[in-house]
Structure formats: C-alpha cells, structure tokens
Write a protein of this length. Sequence first.
Length: 277
Amino acid sequence: MLIKVKPTTPGRRHQVIIDRSDLHKGEPEKSLLIPGHKKRQGRGFKGRITVRHRGGGVKKRLRRIDWKRSKKDMVGLVQRIEYDPMRSANIALVFYKDGEKKYILAPSNLKIGDEIIAGEKVDPRPGNAMSLKNIPVGMPIHNIEMRAGKGAQLVRGAGVHAMIQSKDGSYVTVQLPSREQRLIHEDCIATIGQIGNSDWKNRKIGKAGRKRLMGIRPTVRGVAQHPGSHPHGGGEGRSGIGLKYPKSPWGKNVAPGKKTRKVRKSTKWLVRDRRTK
C-alpha cells in the first residue's frame, strides 16, 4: 500500500512511500548475512570509476537468498516477511523441519504461518517451487532458472511475473515481463505466483536528499561542465555544445542513433524478441 506524505516541507510535498507496517521491524537473521560485503562506489578492481553517479548512501547488509530452492521435498514454515534494502522485492524467512533457515523472495499473498515446499510433485500454490515441466500452462511464475541447478536468474523484481505459454519436447516457452518469449529447459526450477510489493514502481522519491541516501549521486549536464571533462563543456555563458552532433563524455558520436549494443551471439533460445513491436 502507498502512503502520501504530508507536505511538511517542499521536498516532501510530492513524496509517496510504501507502507511497511506489516513487515518485520527487528534485525535480519544473522546467520544469513553475507560477511565482507563492501560498496564499490561505482569503481572497478583498478579503483577507477566504471559506473558513474554512484557513491555514498546508507550502509546496507547483503542477505543470502536461496535462489536454488535447495531444500527439496521438505516443508518450510514462513516465519516472517522482511524488507531487503538490496532489492525491490520483499523477502520471507522460512524455517525448515531440520532446523535450517532460508531467505526466499516473498510472492504476493504469502502470509506468516504459510507452509511452502519445493519438489517435483507438489501443489502449484504461491511460494512452492518445481520444475517447469510440472507447472501447468498459463500459470504465473517467477524466480526462474536459465540453466538447471545454477539458481534463479530471471523474473526477480517486485510485482513481476512470467507466464508459461507452451511446452514442446524438452523446452518450455516462457513469456517474460518484457514480453520477450524465451525457450527454457524443462528441468529448470521456477516458483509459483507473482512477486509481491507490486506498489514499488508507483513510489515517488520526492527529494534529492533521499536519492543520496540511496547511493545515487547527481547527474551533471555536459554543457555545464569544464571542457576538459566533457566535449560539450566550455564556452561563454549559456552557449550550446559547439558541435555538429552531440558526443558522449568519452568523445563518441551518439546523435545519429549509433548502435551501442553488441550483436547477440546466439538467438536460438529467443522465440520473440522484447524489442519486437
């Protein structure tokens, strides 16, 4: 649920936040935190900035998510639903009968006290995981593997889901949230249901200071920079870029629609490209 913030300051006048009153308010499960996780401030292993506009922000602790749903044929009890600062979706802490604890992505309609299970012949209910070959056609799914046993890589954001379109031989046609249709092997595991926290896309940051707390630094226009920092910089007053075509910060021509994406090496797994109208 979304909450419209009272306009106590100009920055908060248009702010819309997500109601997290029903989420766990304590500390995360300590045994499932990944130690040694550090922010890189947008820098690579050489210490140079490789991704611009990143830095600062509040400290975040990385949770270990069970992407493989490794506890097969063992019933787990949902202990609580938690906020995860590293992703848009909420996560659920699951207690298993052998005493082990795991974090999973929390699907919508999953509640505290629900029982979930991962296996081959299980009931297709939200939170349960099974191979694609056992999931009925037309069933919404998320947390999908691209290679069997590697762990989920597809459909992991808040409020999204994929749909099984058809089955042919050893492969299943899955329509992703981007409308792309892809062939995935039937032994890959997926979780039933749609990911929760669907209001995440409708939130409004409201002010620049909140962006800084998120670790996002300002984006400065090229024409406002020094000529040594950007090809568009320099000039007296509010002058233009001074070029026939605009350029990137590294001097590449970008205006006429130059293709910057690499040609995919293999498209045999694509049934319908996401850029197809």
